[in-house]
Design a protein around this ligand. Structure first.
Ligand code: GLU
Length: 411
């Protein structure tokens, strides 16, 4: 199943719940604008190489469109379209004054030098600068991009439009960025996992957790849950998985990744397992925090965790979701579970617009408040309607976008 089809399926299931008309479904699903631009650079060996940059602006009924820029070989228009729609529902679920967007390029950033990445970013901005901006569409980091990319983005945008740090979020803290933005997605996953487990009466000490992915999101989730006393028994990254039944030493893992350019390859204080084995482990909580589409109809039956927290965007296909729901698994959906990132992006945007600096304590406190309120709303709605947390999150998000659309008027 293609990425957008799967997002559309989740959308339609929730739309059935609230009797959304066909015309409103169409209005809310079809992206407002999709662009594809040429990004040509001279590589370090002197060759000119040409790439495609994508940006999909899905919906702006609730405010300027917001969403990351992804540098990953799997990027294509369909995936970006799907991720842009997820951003619309995500910003609505956590009630930020934003719509949804997403962009990216089909490249493996590891194959490019720093100079080349800077050029790619600047040429991409050249192609889209007049379609984005602080009141229109605000990019941010996503898979394969980071604060450096956002700094280049801001600098290139300024060449056309003058000083406007709010044109992009996830910037370096020293360059108009927000303390706590980098940790926010993983920290948010941790906060929400903690809330969910508390709701169903699970104690940290006897809760075994496995996290797939040890990038920005996975590592910060591990840090938060480790500090909260949960037993992290397995993690993995692109090089494979690491398992320890009595619990991994989280500070040692974090230190190892820091010393090895983000990679866990060679970490010796654990047994080696494959990524597929990690998904099938007998754990209480499974947190896919890497790529989309990792739990499919083929491997869903092997997944044994009772609770799955979607730290990644779209890690579970709808047919796999059916299998998991049928056996009673509780799934915290991506549009809530990983919303901490865009929530902190919102704080950064507010900070930039007010030229007033936030400190880390304030960021953490407000992040906790926004995510806790959103969790409670979704939980209540799921209980009242007797639907899954995913359906409830969609119902809440779609309902808010529909309301804004109707109030603004469509004629
Ligand atoms: N890329 C992140 C996401 O998927 C963050 C987006 C943002 O901060 O705008 O939610």
């Amino acid at each position: 199943m293609k990425a957008f089809d799967s997002t559309q399926l989740y959308f339609n299931r929730a739309a059935d719940q609230i009797d959304l008309t066909e015309s409103m479904r169409c209005l809310l699903l079809v992206p407002k604008r999709e662009v594809q631009v040429q990004v040509a650079i001279e590589r370090d060996d002197g060759e000119v190489a040409t790439y495609i940059g994508y940006r999909v602006q899905h919906d702006d009924a609730r405010g300027p469109m917001k969403g990351g820029l992804r540098f990953h070989p799997d990027v294509d228009m369909d995936e970006i379209r799907s991720l842009a729609a997820l951003m619309t529902w995500k910003t609505a679920v956590v009630d930020l004054p934003y719509g949804g967007a997403k962009g990216g390029m089909a490249i493996d950033p590891k194959q490019f030098s720093r100079r080349e990445l800077e050029l790619l970013t600047r040429r991409f901005v050249d192609g889209i600068h007049d379609l984005v901006g602080p009141d229109v569409d605000i990019p941010a980091p996503d898979m394969g991009t980071n604060a450096d990319v956002m700094a280049w983005f801001m600098n290139q945008y300024a060449k056309y439009h003058g000083f406007s740090p709010a044109c992009v979020t996830g910037k370096p803290v020293e360059l108009f960025g927000l303390p706590g933005r980098e940790e926010a997605t993983g920290r948010g996953v941790g906060i929400l996992t903690y809330k969910l487990l508390g709701r169903i009466g699970r104690k940290p000490g006897d809760t075994r957790v496995a996290i797939q992915g040890f990038g920005n999101v996975g590592s910060h989730t591990a840090k938060f849950l480790g500090e909260a006393g949960y037993r992290l028994v397995a993690v993995s990254d692109a090089s494979g998985g690491f398992y320890r039944a009595d619990g991994l030493n989280v500070p040692a893992l974090l230190r190892y990744a820091l010393d090895h350019n983000g990679s866990l390859t060679g970490f010796a204080e654990a047994d080696a397992i494959s990524n597929a084995e990690l998904l099938a482990l007998d754990v209480d909580v499974l947190i896919p925090a890497a790529l989309g589409g990792v739990i499919t109809a083929q491997n869903a039956k092997a997944v044994r965790a009772g609770i799955i927290v979607e730290a990644a965007n779209a890690p579970i296909y709808p047919d796999a979701d059916d299998v998991l729901q049928e056996r009673g698994a509780i799934i915290l959906p991506d549009i809530l579970a990983n919303a901490g990132g865009v929530t902190a992006s919102y704080f950064e945007w507010v900070q930039n617009r007010q030229h007033y600096r936030w400190d880390l304590n304030r960021v953490r406190q407000e992040l906790d408040r926004v995510l806790t309120n959103s969790f409670e709303s979704v939980w209540e709605l799921a209980a009242t309607r007797n639907i899954s947390l995913r359906a409830a999150a969609y119902v809440l998000g779609i309902g808010r976008v529909r309301r804004a659309t109707e109030l603004a008027g469509v004629c």
